[in-house]
Ligand binder design. Structure first.
Ligand SMILES: NC(=O)c1ccc[n+]([C@@H]2O[C@H](COP(=O)([O-])OP(=O)(O)OC[C@H]3O[C@@H](n4cnc5c(N)ncnc54)[C@H](OP(=O)(O)O)[C@@H]3O)[C@@H](O)[C@H]2O)c1
Length: 201
């Protein structure tokens, strides 16, 4: 399952894995025996890519997650489990960021009328919006990126270029995802474990 149906798919599932239950979104449905099982591998895939493939330690780091759709829902709990110093959720429609952050203890919403909370010092900025999918850049101040920060787009391939170009010009290290959605349950280790698109770095 992919955008924008992950939350709808979660509602459709009659049985859900604990991580899918927590996320409120699923990217896998398995149908059989009159039941529909749902799982969410997005978070495990993202974490495996960030920490395993890219070697980024997230404990004590400051993370900005941009987007409040199904992908963000899936990755929030696994990111929080790595004990970042701060995890802020920002979204074009602010109310959705407030709702999403409210569902996960430890996450905070970014608010436009208090921009200083979003100023300047994130070690990792994850673009989990679908703007890239539509070939659009997201409007982010360069000051969000701490020196040496990593900018990571959950979209893979050329679609990620507008966000990564912005990040690069702000001095951040641009990285694109390997397909977390192609990692299959019950193998949550994710990226690279199954066939899928080659990573574009
Ligand atoms: N690497 C992987 O395997 C993997 C896994 C999962 C997802 N993804 C990628 O993650 C992205 C998001 O997927 P999703 O399922 O979360 O989609 P979704 O549920 O449709 O959510 C879309 C999100 O993007 C925001 N958005 C859309 N256009 C925007 C724009 N022009 N400027 C700023 N924000 C914009 C939306 O904001 P509003 O609330 O304001 O509409 C919303 O927060 C997609 O690119 C998808 O391909 C990749």
């Amino acid at each position: 399952m992919t955008l924008p149906f992950k939350v709808d798919a979660w509602r459709l599932a009659t049985d859900r894995t604990p991580r899918a239950e927590l996320a409120g979104a699923v990217n896998w449905l398995a149908v059989g025996d009159g039941r529909i099982a749902g799982d969410n591998t997005d978070g495990a895939g993202l974490v495996a890519d960030l920490t395993g493939n890219l070697g980024i330690a997230l404990a004590g780091r400051r993370i900005l997650l941009v987007g409040a759709g199904g992908a963000s829902r899936g990755v929030l709990a696994p990111l929080l489990a790595l004990a970042p110093a701060r995890l802020v959720v920002a979204n074009r429609t602010e109310a959705r960021a407030v709702d999403l952050a409210g569902d996960f203890a430890g996450a905070r919403p970014g608010r436009r009328r208090r921009p200083r909370r979003l100023a300047g010092d994130f070690d990792l900025v994850v673009n989990a919006t679908s703007a890239s999918t539509h070939g659009k850049a997201i409007d982010l101040p360069r000051s969000l990126f701490a020196p040496g920060a990593t900018a990571y787009d959950m979209a893979y391939g050329p679609a990620a270029r507008p966000f990564l170009d912005t990040a690069r010009s702000a001095g951040a290290r641009p990285k694109t995802a390997w397909a977390c959605s192609s990692s299959r349950p019950p193998s949550p280790s994710g990226y690279g474990a199954e066939s899928g698109p080659e990573p574009h770095r």
